[in-house]
Design a protein around this ligand. Structure first.
Ligand code: CA
Length: 233
């Protein structure tokens, strides 16, 4: 995938470039907003640092959006900016607050691409190609808001940890897919994570408890997990 990284901090840019190349992405960099706007064409995803020397990040985001529907993930240390960039006006697709791990960023990138309709690739259901990305996914009484990262069950908020949310979002976003243990671990944790896979079972267990039913998550013994359908739905 061709990624445009807009970041003025050379160290951050170098580190991210190396990581993205390792993940097999073709990465272009731009240290200023002005340069970024000239490099948009052909890019499939933009990683945008909000603190740029020449233009306010929210404004950059708006200008990108004015020219292109390319997914934009904002990288920011400024939590107070998030509402503005995710608002309709600026139109970012997601954000990652610094400090973040490259694996977290990668997971966000994949999630954004899955949610962003690209001519049938990664589209859900029978949504038309021009569909907005889905912010909220409903499965029976369960509702996940991918933007605010909140979950409700029959209207009652569920308090999930970050990992539990990622895990549930992964299952809910691709309800027909049997996710292997390795796939879940590499996406929710870290692909270089060689710890005990018991951590995954523990999280699945807690998630099932919080969801109030074992049946929300179907186990394929020795293989992995997929979204289940509890009898209450
Ligand atoms: Ca910066």
């Amino acid at each position: 995938m061709r990624v445009l990284l807009v970041e003025d901090d050379e160290h951050v840019a170098d580190a991210l470039t190396a990581a993205m190349r390792q993940f097999g992405h073709d990465i272009l960099t731009a240290p200023t907003a002005a340069e970024a706007l000239t490099k948009l064409e052909g890019c499939e995803l933009v990683l945008l640092d909000l603190g740029l020397p020449d233009l306010d990040g929210v404004e950059v985001c708006k200008r990108i959006r004015a020219r292109s529907a390319v997914p934009v993930i904002v990288l920011t240390a400024r939590a107070d900016e998030i509402d503005k960039v995710l608002g309709l006006q600026a139109g970012a697709d997601d954000y990652v607050v610094k400090p973040y791990s490259v694996h977290e960023l990668r997971a966000r990138m994949e999630a954004v691409l899955r949610r962003t309709c690209r001519c049938g690739l990664g589209s859900h259901d029978n949504a038309p190609c021009t569909a907005e990305r889905r912010d909220v996914i409903n499965v029976g009484p369960l509702s996940l808001d991918l933007r605010s990262r909140s979950v409700t069950l029959s209207g009652e908020p569920l308090q999930l940890t970050r990992k539990e949310f990622e895990l549930l979002a992964m299952l809910v976003e691709e309800p027909d897919t049997l996710h292997t243990r390795e796939d879940i671990i590499s996406r929710v944790w870290d692909e270089n994570w060689f710890g005990s896979t018991r951590t995954l079972d523990v999280h699945i267990g807690t998630l099932r408890r919080k969801l109030g039913s074992y049946d929300w998550i179907e186990t394929q013994r020795g293989v992995g997990f997929r979204l289940g359908s509890p009898s209450t739905t």
